[in-house]
Every structure is written in C-alpha cells, then in structure tokens.
Design a protein around this ligand. Structure first.
Ligand code: HEC
Ligand code: HEC
Ligand code: HEC
Ligand code: HEC
Ligand code: HEC
Ligand code: HEC
Ligand code: HEC
Ligand code: HEC
Ligand code: HEC
Ligand code: HEC
Ligand code: HEC
Ligand code: HEC
Length: 304
C-alpha cells in the first residue's frame, strides 16, 4: 500500500514538473500517443534545458495558418478596426500622419477601475513639451482633437490665447478704440484662421461696394482710422453726404469734376482753397474780404 502511494506521489510530481516546464519554456512538444519516454526531455522545475530538436517524425504539425511570425500591428491594420480615427488623421491630421503606435505606446489595456483611461492616453508634452510656454499649458483647450490638431480650433479658451500669439493685433484693437474693440476675436474669427467678410455683419454704404473696398477704407482692427484712395467714387461719400454731391452737381462748376477725396484726402479734413489755387487774386482785390467764400459761396456751390 505504502509503495503504491509513493509511486502515485511520484507520478503526480512528474506531472507537475511537466506542466511547470512547459509553462517556463513554452516549448510546445506534443508527445506521440503512448511514448511516455519522451517526457524525459521535460526539465525539472527551475532547471533549463536547451531546446532539443525533436525527431522529424514527432515534430508538431503546424498548420500554415499558424506558421507566420507575429509582427506588431501596422497603422493600416489599426485602421481596419478604427477606420474613423484612421480617416480623421488621413484627411485632417496634418503633420500627425505618423504611426498610431508612435503616440499610442499602450493600447487595448483600458480596464475601468484598474487601468485609468488618462494613464494610457498619449500626452502631448512627451513630444512637444510646453509648445507655447507655460501660459498655454492645457493643450486640449485649443487642440481639441489630437487626430486633427489644427482643425476647427475654436472656443472660449482659444479667445483667451489669441493675444499670446497675436499680441500686435490685440494691441492695435486696444490702442485704437472702436466698437470692434468690444467684439470678441472669435465672433469674427469663428474658427482659427477663418477670415470673415464685412457683409456677415454690416450692410455696405452703396450697393456695389466690395469687401476689398471696405478694407481699403477701414483697416478692420482699427476701423475708425479711415483712409481712402484719391479716386474713391463720389457715391461712396454721398451715401452719407448726399447734399454735398447734389450741390456740386447743381453748380456745374469745374469742382464738379473732382473726386471728393481730392479736397478731403482724409476723412473730416478740409483743405484750403490756397492749397490748389495759390494766389488766385491780387492782394488788392482781396482787401476787406475775410474768406474766399464771401464771393464764391462754398466750394460745393459756387456761383457760376
Ligand atoms: C499624435 C498622437 C496620436 C496619434 C498619431 C494617434 N492618436 Fe489616437 N489618440 C491620441 C490621444 C491624445 C488620444 C486621447 C484623446 C482624448 O483623451 O480625448 C487618442 C485617442 C484614441 C482612441 C480612443 C478614443 C476614445 O474616444 O476612446 C482611439 C481608438 C485612437 N486614439 C486610435 C488611434 C488610431 C487608430 C491611430 C492611428 C490611425 C491613432 N489613434 C493615432 C493621440 C494620437
Ligand atoms: C481587430 C480590431 C482592432 C484592431 C486591429 C485594433 N483595435 Fe484598438 N480597439 C478595438 C476595440 C474593439 C476597442 C474597444 C472599443 C473601442 O474603444 O472602440 C479598441 C480600443 C482601442 C483604444 C482605446 C482603449 C484602450 O484600451 O486603449 C485605443 C487607443 C486603440 N484601440 C488603439 C489601437 C491601435 C493604436 C491599434 C493598432 C496598433 C489598434 N487599436 C488596433 C479594436 C481593434
Ligand atoms: C509621439 C509624438 C507626438 C505626440 C505624443 C504628439 N505629437 Fe504633435 N506632432 C508630432 C510630430 C512629429 C509633428 C510634426 C512636427 C514637425 O514636422 O515639425 C507634430 C505636429 C503637431 C502640430 C502641428 C500640426 C501641423 O499639421 O502643422 C500640432 C498642432 C501638434 N503636433 C499638436 C499636438 C498635440 C495637441 C498633442 C497632444 C494631443 C500632440 N501634438 C501629441 C508628434 C507628436
Ligand atoms: C490658446 C490655444 C492653444 C493652446 C492652449 C495650445 N495651443 Fe498649440 N497652437 C495653437 C494655435 C492657434 C496654433 C497655430 C495653428 C495653425 O498654425 O493654424 C498652435 C500650434 C501648435 C503647434 C504647431 C506649431 C508649433 O508651434 O510648433 C504645436 C506643436 C502645438 N501647437 C502644440 C501644443 C501643445 C503641446 C500644447 C499644450 C502644451 C498647445 N499647443 C497648447 C493654439 C493653442
Ligand atoms: C499658439 C499660438 C496661436 C494662438 C493661441 C492663436 N493663433 Fe492665430 N495663428 C497662429 C499662427 C502660427 C498662424 C499662422 C501665421 C502665418 O501663417 O503667418 C496663425 C494665423 C491666424 C490667422 C490667419 C492669418 C492669415 O494671414 O491668414 C488668423 C485670422 C488668426 N490666426 C487669428 C487668431 C485668433 C482670433 C486667435 C484666438 C481665437 C488665434 N489666432 C490664436 C498662432 C496662434
Ligand atoms: C470685426 C471683426 C474682427 C475682429 C473683432 C477681429 N478680427 Fe482679426 N481680422 C478680421 C478680418 C476681416 C481680417 C482680414 C484683414 C485683411 O485682410 O486685411 C482679420 C485679420 C486677422 C489676422 C491676420 C492679419 C493680421 O493683421 O495679422 C490676425 C492674426 C487676426 N485678425 C487676429 C485677430 C485677433 C487676435 C483678434 C482679437 C484680439 C481679432 N483678430 C479681432 C476681422 C476681425
Ligand atoms: C462678426 C461681426 C462683424 C464683422 C464681421 C465686422 N464687424 Fe464691424 N462692427 C461689428 C459690431 C457689432 C459693431 C458695433 C455696431 C454697433 O454698435 O452698431 C461694428 C462696428 C463697425 C464700425 C464702427 C466702429 C465704431 O466704433 O463706430 C465700422 C467702421 C465697422 N464695424 C467696419 C467693419 C468692416 C469694414 C468690416 C469688414 C472688414 C467689419 N466691420 C466686420 C461687428 C462686425
Ligand atoms: C471710401 C471709404 C469707405 C468705404 C469704401 C467704406 N466705408 Fe464705411 N465708413 C466710411 C466713413 C468715412 C465712415 C464714417 C466714419 C465716421 O463716422 O467718422 C464709415 C462708417 C462705417 C460704419 C459705421 C456705422 C455707419 O454706418 O455709420 C460701418 C459699420 C462701415 N462704415 C462699414 C463699412 C463696410 C461694411 C464697407 C464695405 C461694404 C465700408 N464701410 C466701406 C468710409 C468708407
Ligand atoms: C458711413 C457714413 C459716412 C461716409 C461713407 C462718409 N462720411 Fe464723411 N462724415 C460722416 C460723419 C458721421 C461725419 C461727422 C459729421 C458731423 O460731425 O456732423 C462726417 C464728416 C465729414 C467731413 C467733415 C465735416 C465737417 O463739418 O467738419 C467731411 C469733409 C467728410 N465727412 C467727407 C467725406 C468724404 C470725402 C467721404 C468719402 C470719401 C465721406 N465723408 C464718407 C459720415 C460718413
Ligand atoms: C483740391 C484742389 C482744389 C481746392 C482745395 C479748391 N479748388 Fe477750386 N478748382 C480746382 C480745380 C482743379 C479747378 C479747375 C481749374 C481749371 O480747370 O483750370 C478749380 C476751379 C475753381 C474755380 C473756377 C470754377 C469754374 O468752374 O471755372 C473757382 C472759382 C474755384 N476753383 C474756387 C475755389 C475756392 C473758392 C476754393 C476754396 C473754397 C477752391 N476753389 C478749392 C481745385 C481746387
Ligand atoms: C471780392 C470777391 C472775390 C473774392 C474775395 C475772391 N474771389 Fe475768386 N473770383 C472772383 C471773381 C469775380 C471771379 C471771376 C473772375 C473771372 O471770371 O475773370 C473769381 C475767380 C476765381 C477763380 C477762377 C479763376 C480763373 O482763372 O478761372 C479762382 C480759382 C478763384 N477766384 C479763387 C479765389 C480764392 C482761392 C479766393 C480766396 C483766397 C478768392 N477767389 C476770393 C471774386 C472773388
Ligand atoms: C474742390 C474741393 C471740394 C470738393 C471737390 C468737395 N468738397 Fe466738400 N468741402 C470743400 C470745402 C472747401 C469745404 C468747407 C466749406 C467751404 O468752405 O466750402 C467742404 C465741406 C464739406 C463738408 C462739410 C460741410 C457740408 O457741406 O456738409 C462735407 C460733408 C463735404 N465737404 C463733403 C464732400 C463730399 C461728399 C464731396 C464729394 C461728393 C465733396 N465734399 C467734394 C471742398 C470740396
């Protein structure tokens, strides 16, 4: 009875050794049925044995399906399952068209309660550090989509950052106070790099006015610093000063052939008659008269 027990115990130990050995070495040698002697090549626990080439007849039969060496997944293979992300990067990723695994060093390990999502997701700082200094440290505020980092950048956090990178524009708006100073940058620039047209918010002075014309008079970040070309059409001015044009047209003097801007090269400026006519009359004639207008009325409505 004792002997039987010892023999059985020995068998159990042997079996444990077999399992242990397989687990340690991951040698998958499948013994032919009934050839117990083959077990002899299995190492004892803790011991390592060089891999032994089994005789051809006993070598495991590997189906062709399993013959291939397993290589890390390629980007296009990630894309087979994650088509949405693949396409996002492909269409809008810009310079982020790099291998998924350059960023996702860890993936498929998210485990609620055990492995936190934030802990496995890539961090911008790893590759970029603080790209714009420590004031703009929360990358996702502006670069909301890591797979399309410069697309559709918008939102209140963006607004706070504009002046950090476009200080000159922000200063311009502040120094030249106008109603645009109180318009949020992003009300006009709804997404980054978007340039609005004036007609989004305003009607033109005359029906035919183009956006380029608006800008030629009103630099948008200081719209009250108005400058305009000498040949600005009279209609433009007459939109707000209809009487001036009417008077000129009625008078039929040579002043009617001049553009408004010739005499008003800057808005609200009025240049003197002498600037164009020099000494028009002898001092004798002018004696006793304070203004040219006493004889010529106004420049818009001179008597013929
Ligand atoms: C430049 C780095 C970068 C690259 C390249 C990149 N990712 Fe990501 N990905 C991220 C970051 C960062 C997040 C985390 C986003 C978040 O927290 O909202 C993320 C999130 C994900 C998620 C999880 C989204 C979710 O809502 O749970 C998937 C899936 C994913 N990426 C797949 C891919 C695939 C597939 C590729 C390649 C085709 C790829 N990523 C390439 C940075 C990257
Ligand atoms: C056979 C399909 C398949 C392939 C191939 C695949 N994924 Fe996934 N992946 C999934 C599924 C399913 C989930 C879980 C559901 C989900 O979040 O969309 C997932 C989740 C993720 C997540 C978010 C959760 C986590 O645990 O990380 C990331 C990131 C991710 N995959 C990245 C990758 C990258 C990178 C590759 C290529 C190297 C890749 N996946 C290849 C199917 C796949
Ligand atoms: C694994 C490294 C890596 C990670 C992580 C990474 N990036 Fe990048 N990123 C790059 C590389 C490489 C470029 C291209 C740089 C170049 O060509 O100058 C780039 C470029 C960019 C650009 C310019 C894109 C363009 O098309 O001009 C932005 C914006 C950017 N990254 C933001 C981020 C943000 C935000 C994160 C975090 C969500 C992030 N990156 C995470 C590697 C990375
Ligand atoms: C306040 C908004 C904002 C924040 C916050 C922000 N960025 Fe940017 N970032 C931008 C804008 C806008 C651009 C220019 C995009 C363009 O050229 O269209 C940019 C460009 C970049 C670029 C490409 C150009 C360059 O300077 O190399 C990288 C890389 C980048 N950011 C990384 C980051 C990282 C990393 C963080 C976080 C540490 C971050 N950004 C935080 C708005 C922001
Ligand atoms: C991190 C720096 C950064 C931040 C923050 C940033 N920008 Fe930019 N922005 C850039 C860069 C870089 C360019 C590209 C400049 C170039 O191409 O000359 C740019 C371009 C632009 C352009 C287009 C210029 C053109 O000539 O087409 C506009 C408009 C603009 N930004 C407005 C904004 C506004 C509005 C904000 C805030 C909501 C903002 N930016 C925030 C860096 C930034
Ligand atoms: C009332 C609308 C409006 C507001 C408000 C506005 N912009 Fe602009 N911005 C424009 C228009 C229109 C242009 C194109 C100007 C041109 O083509 O001459 C422009 C051009 C730009 C440009 C590129 C040209 C340049 O001058 O450098 C930048 C950068 C810019 N804006 C940044 C800003 C920032 C930053 C703010 C807020 C501090 C802001 N803008 C507020 C309408 C606006
Ligand atoms: C997103 C809307 C928006 C856009 C785009 C816009 N503006 Fe304005 N603008 C305003 C608002 C709001 C006011 C204030 C109006 C009011 O109080 O009646 C204003 C006022 C003005 C004023 C008067 C300023 C003052 O202080 O009296 C001028 C001039 C002006 N805009 C010119 C322009 C021109 C030129 C463009 C195109 C280059 C333009 N705006 C584009 C919103 C806009
Ligand atoms: C020839 C120059 C010129 C052109 C072109 C021009 N403006 Fe003006 N605009 C002015 C002058 C001058 C004022 C009056 C400013 C003042 O009150 O001192 C003005 C005033 C404005 C005002 C203030 C509100 C108002 O109507 O009184 C807005 C808004 C405006 N312009 C928008 C535009 C838009 C939009 C365009 C293009 C469609 C445009 N302007 C084209 C010269 C011009
Ligand atoms: C959008 C309306 C508008 C347009 C367009 C406009 N102006 Fe004016 N202009 C005004 C306003 C408002 C005043 C101030 C009137 C006041 O103070 O009584 C003014 C004042 C003037 C003055 C000074 C008047 C004085 O009594 O001192 C002159 C000169 C003038 N404009 C010429 C022009 C010329 C030339 C143009 C075309 C290039 C023009 N304006 C276009 C609105 C406009
Ligand atoms: C921007 C220049 C300019 C200014 C300022 C100017 N003029 Fe003239 N004026 C002219 C030109 C040009 C003519 C046509 C001369 C010619 O054809 O020989 C003219 C013609 C005249 C004529 C003759 C009219 C005719 O139809 O034959 C009179 C009178 C005159 N100007 C008076 C004045 C008076 C008075 C003022 C001041 C209130 C004035 N001008 C301001 C440029 C100007
Ligand atoms: C006492 C009245 C009087 C005053 C003051 C006066 N003018 Fe005259 N001006 C005339 C008369 C009358 C004519 C027409 C003479 C002619 O047709 O030979 C004239 C003609 C002109 C002409 C047209 C000359 C030509 O060759 O066609 C100009 C230009 C002119 N005046 C400018 C001025 C200017 C500038 C002032 C102010 C410095 C001024 N005048 C003040 C009475 C005056
Ligand atoms: C030959 C020069 C000349 C031309 C051309 C001219 N102006 Fe004038 N304008 C003046 C002078 C000079 C005054 C000052 C009043 C005076 O002494 O006649 C004036 C005054 C004004 C005033 C303020 C007084 C008033 O009458 O409301 C406005 C507004 C004005 N001009 C607008 C215009 C417009 C708009 C045009 C074009 C349609 C125009 N001007 C063409 C010389 C000119």
């Amino acid at each position: 009875m004792k002997r039987l027990l010892v023999a059985f115990g020995g068998l159990v130990l042997l079996l444990i050794a077999v399992i242990w050995g397989c687990a340690e070495q991951r040698i998958v040698t499948v013994p032919a049925p009934g050839t117990i002697s083959d077990i002899a090549i299995t190492p004892a626990p803790g011991e390592t044995v060089p891999a032994v080439t089994a005789p051809a007849k006993v070598k495991a039969k590997i189906a062709p399906l399993y013959e291939k060496e397993i290589l890390p997944l390629k980007t296009e293979q990630c894309g087979q399952c994650h088509l949405y992300y693949y396409n996002t990067i492909r269409n809008e990723g810009g310079k982020h068209q790099i291998d998924c695994t350059k960023c996702h060093e860890k993936y498929h390990v998210y485990h609620p309660g055990k492995v936190k999502y934030e802990d496995i997701m890539p961090k911008c700082n790893t590759c970029h550090g603080l790209a714009h200094g420590d004031k703009l440290a929360n990358c996702a505020d502006c670069h909301a989509n890591p797979h399309a980092p410069t697309v559709k950048m918008s939102g209140p956090a963006m607004d706070a950052g504009c002046s950090a990178c476009h200080g000159k524009v922000a200063d311009e708006l502040k120094t030249h106070k106008s109603k645009h100073t109180d318009v949020a940058c992003s009300d006009c620039h709804s997404v980054h790099r978007h340039i609005p047209v004036c007609a989004d918010c305003h009607s033109p002075h005359t029906p035919t006015q183009t956006n380029a014309e608006c800008l030629s008079c009103h630099p948008v970040h200081r719209p009250l610093v108005i400058t305009y070309p000498l040949e600005t059409p009279r209609d433009t001015c007459a939109a707000c000063h209809p009487k001036a044009l009417q008077d000129l047209q009625k008078s039929q003097t040579k002043h009617d052939q001049l553009s408004c801007a010739r005499c008003h090269p800057k808005h609200r400026d009025i240049i003197q008659c002498e600037a164009c006519h020099g000494q028009a009359h002898s001092p004798a004639l002018l004696k006793g008269f304070k203004k040219c207008g006493e004889c010529h009325n106004t420049a818009h409505a001179m008597p013929k």
